[in-house]
Design a protein around this ligand. Structure first.
Ligand code: PNW
Length: 457
């Protein structure tokens, strides 16, 4: 036992996403998602990797659940693939696709693991891209809500923790781009920044209608959340001036003011709209009311942060660049900023005006250059180092009374890391992609010990 003890009801989990682990992309009636198309297009992913087989979790879910149970993981965040449930994006429900998730969830429950389902983690049906350009059209919000109703009315008897969508920025601002080809699916080049902001506005609408659909379709009382990877300004030091500067920067940092703020407050941040100028999306009457749904929790995906200092000139803060030697892990953007976890939670509860909204870290983890040693083990002390620092920041948040209620590590196992393919490994469990052998890394055993002792070890 260390001094980093968590409260008894703190929830420890692990996370994955459908396209990154399932494989079996044409099994039991599933049709292509935009990620199938994108990854099969030359030069879009590293080494031309696709999610066609991935971790073959579709067939091996029982083994994966057994491994999770052996590690003492009690909460599992996974995503449901829209193209398995409604292969054409709208219309006919594919019951065979629903059955897979029913089997998955029943097995989780058998092993004492609580399912937390994300309804959308980037794998939009290709059919909707072909029909109306997916997120470029408002129509997708309606189709998304119908899909949500189909899922929740069928699985809501056994799943009570729902998340509408994961990281809107990544499938809109990184999936549509002006001039340069974007790095995520569908990889569409559009002509103006406003068109890109329009895609994320449509995603927000889909989130809002999705929340309403969950509540209307769920046969049980349930929890509804949005998962976002909002940008986290971290004061360079905790002198009051830097803290105030970071709080101000929170509105304009990354896309926060145009994504998280509308969802949590019912308005795009004014500071942010001013900064957007002509790029601001068209907002129809009533949109913000739909977008601003009551939430039971906020999912916070945190990997890094941005340091901020107070300055005398307008606007009173400065976002600082990382110097070249700043420590990071195996991604260009993976600078190690553990305090971002603490400050993210604190900014939400202090700035967006909901001091008691429960927050869950729904993803935190890192890619490392994992290698099997002569004994066939992976000793990823770098990952343990990273996770331990972030968990200490989580402990600080809880200890100061902030509403942080749980933590999901990204990821349960190595998987298809989007445009980086299989080259980047984020798992606690190593996957040998030739044989599909699963090998728990040193970090998996370390995490199991944290869970067992309910503290950072
Ligand atoms: C998240 N960035 O994406 C996703 O939710 C996961 O599917 C993904 O595997 C994981 O993080 C690791 O990348 C991110 O540029 C994509 O800062 C990009 C960034 C962060 C997270």
């Amino acid at each position: 036992m260390t001094s980093y003890q968590f409260p008894d009801d703190f929830l420890w989990g692990a996370a994955t996403a459908a396209y990154q682990i399932e494989g079996a992309v044409d099994k039991d009636g599933r049709k292509p998602s935009v990620w199938d198309t994108f990854s099969a297009t030359p030069d879009r992913t590293l080494n031309g990797d696709t999610g066609a087989v991935a971790c073959d979790h579709y067939h091996r879910y029982l083994d994966d659940i057994k491994l999770m149970a052996a590690l003492g993981i009690k909460h599992y965040r996974f995503s449901i693939a829209w193209p398995r449930i409604i292969p054409d994006g709208r219309g006919q429900v594919n019951e065979a696709g629903v059955d897979f998730y029913r089997r998955l969830v029943d097995t989780l429950l058998d092993y004492g693991i609580t399912p937390h389902a994300t309804l959308f983690h980037w794998d939009s049906p290709q059919a909707l891209e072909d029909l109306y350009g997916s997120w470029r059209s408002r129509e997708i919000a309606i189709d998304f809500a119908d899909y949500v109703t189909a899922v929740v009315s069928r699985l809501g008897d056994r799943i009570t923790h729902w998340m509408t969508m994961n990281e809107i920025t990544c499938f809109t601002h990184m999936g549509y781009g002006v001039n340069a080809p974007p790095v995520h699916a569908p990889g569409t080049i559009v002509s103006t920044p406003k068109q890109v902001w329009q895609t994320s506005h449509h995603a927000l609408l889909a989130h809002g209608l999705g929340c309403q659909a969950i509540r209307a379709a769920s046969p049980r009382s349930c929890s509804v959340a949005l998962v976002d990877n909002f940008a986290v300004p971290v004061p360079i030091g905790e002198a009051p001036a830097h803290v105030a500067a970071a709080r101000k920067a929170f509105h304009v940092c990354g896309p926060n003011g145009g994504l998280l703020f509308p969802a949590l407050t019912g308005a795009y941040s004014r500071l942010f709209l001013k900064q957007l100028g002509d790029a601001a999306p068209d907002i129809q009457e009533g949109d913000l009311k739909i977008i601003h749904q009551p939430l039971d929790a906020l999912g916070f995906n945190v990997y890094s942060g941005v340091y901020v200092r107070s300055i005398d000139q307008e606007p009173g803060y400065e976002l600082l660049e990382f110097p070249p030697g700043y420590p990071r892990l195996h991604m260009p953007w993976l600078h190690i900023v553990p305090e971002a976890l603490y400050w993210g939670v604190r900014h939400i509860s202090e700035t967006v005006g909901q001091p008691t909204l429960p927050i869950f870290v729904t993803e935190n983890g890192c890619a490392a250059q994992d290698q099997l040693n002569a004994q066939g083990e992976v000793i990823d002390s770098d990952r343990i180092f990273y996770l331990r620092q972030y968990l200490k920041a989580a402990h600080r948040a809880v200890n100061e009374g902030l509403p942080l209620k749980g933590y999901f590590v990204w990821s349960l196992m190595d998987n298809f890391e989007w445009s980086w393919g299989y080259d980047r490994r984020f798992g606690l469990i190593y996957i040998d992609y030739d044989t599909q052998t699963r090998i728990p890394k040193a970090s998996a055993r370390w995490y199991a010990e944290c869970i067992a002792q309910n503290c950072v070890v």
